[in-house]
Ligand binder design. Structure first.
Ligand SMILES: [Zn+2]
Length: 349
């Protein structure tokens, strides 16, 4: 089992730097034979983009997803365990904001965290089955699939769905989505093939994500400020987080459009923690100000970009824009992605 005290599920900045996010130098371009003239290449690019969009003009949209329910910091080792009241409060404020903004959302549950939280977890998860809401499976113990064989991954999936499936069934809803911890979607073609077959057999769709805000990095700093009753620092961290989120929304929209030739429905990756409980209203407002309408994850992943199976495999957890770039041999300049400010990183260490 991988300890939760470090990175959570996102494609972390450090993982990006080490891996697939492939911060290659140079401008974005399609890889085409040198014999092709630029004009012919442009025609091919437009045909490709038109094929993926189906020639349809799309409205901008985003699906909101939360990982590590009932709470990202529940069940971790260490003395900073959130209280049951704090966990209830964080979920209640997130759900209230989603309701106010009429934003559909899905919460991915870690079964071991639900058990660590105790009986109150059932009430919290039930609240996530209300209007426009649903739950997904985020495995039993938040284990890293890179460290497991297929049998181990199957156990994590099957054991991870117990409370979630029961809660959804009571609400008359189906369990459909699975998201692997750290967005590690297995690291070899052989495992990828086996996992695709296993997920299909168990009735799951693998959840994608396209916007990463490094919210675990900001949350570590935020938790320190709150622990020290430093309200001024907490305010500065929240402000920096919203600014970084705004930059990341724009960055990934641009990345996806350059890779695919159009902007597919975005999928926002967040975690249930105190930072997001305090910042969610601001995050939802950022989307409303920049245009995208809120849709369900199911509707987002009905887009052609998500329906086309990925052939690229990696041991890291990059956002889908980077994966689409690899699959389509589109060279990108990942160095353009902003990192969280250094003072945030060092303050949270
Ligand atoms: Zn996670």
């Amino acid at each position: 089992m991988v300890k939760e005290t470090g990175l959570h599920c996102a494609c972390s900045t450090r993982q990006n730097l080490a891996g697939i996010c492939a911060r290659t130098a140079g401008t974005i371009r399609r890889c085409i034979p040198l014999a092709f003239t630029p004009w012919i290449a442009l025609v091919f690019f437009l045909i490709d983009a038109h094929a993926e969009t189906g020639g349809v003009t799309r409205e901008k949209s985003v699906a909101i997803t939360f990982d590590d329910l009932p709470h990202a910091n529940a069940g971790d080792d260490g003395a900073d365990q959130p209280s049951a009241q704090s966990i209830q409060d964080a979920n209640a404020r997130i759900l209230a904001a989603l309701g106010d903004h009429k934003a559909p959302a899905i919460g991915f549950v870690v079964e071991s965290k639900a058990r660590a939280v105790g009986p109150v977890a059932k009430d919290i998860l039930k609240d996530w089955t209300g209007p426009r809401l649903t739950l997904g499976n985020h495995t039993f113990s938040h284990a890293d699939t890179n460290t497991l064989d297929i049998a181990g991954i199957k156990r994590e999936i099957v054991d991870g769905e117990k409370t979630t499936r029961r809660t959804l069934k009571a609400a008359g809803k189906d369990l459909r989505f699975l998201r692997f911890p750290y967005n590690h979607t297995v690291d070899t073609p052989e495992k990828q093939k086996a996992i695709a077959a296993l997920a299909a057999k168990l009735g799951y769709t693998i959840a994608a994500s396209t916007i990463d805000t490094s919210n675990d990095v900001f949350d570590r700093a935020y938790e320190r400020a709150l622990a020290e009753n430093d309200t001024e620092a907490a305010h500065r961290i929240r402000t920096a987080y919203l600014m970084h989120t705004q930059q990341q929304i724009a960055y990934y929209a641009d990345l996806n459009e350059q890779v695919l030739g159009y902007e597919p429905p975005a999928i926002m990756l967040l975690h249930v923690n105190r930072l997001n409980a305090d910042a969610i209203k601001g995050i939802l407002s950022l989307f409303e100000e920049s245009g995208p309408g809120f849709i369900t994850l199911e509707k987002a992943q009905a887009d052609a970009a998500y329906r086309r199976p990925l052939s690229y495999t990696t041991k890291y957890g990059p956002m889908w824009g980077y994966r689409w770039a690899k699959d389509r041999s589109v060279r990108i300049d990942g160095s353009l992605e902003r990192e969280p400010p250094e003072w945030i990183v060092s303050y949270g260490e």
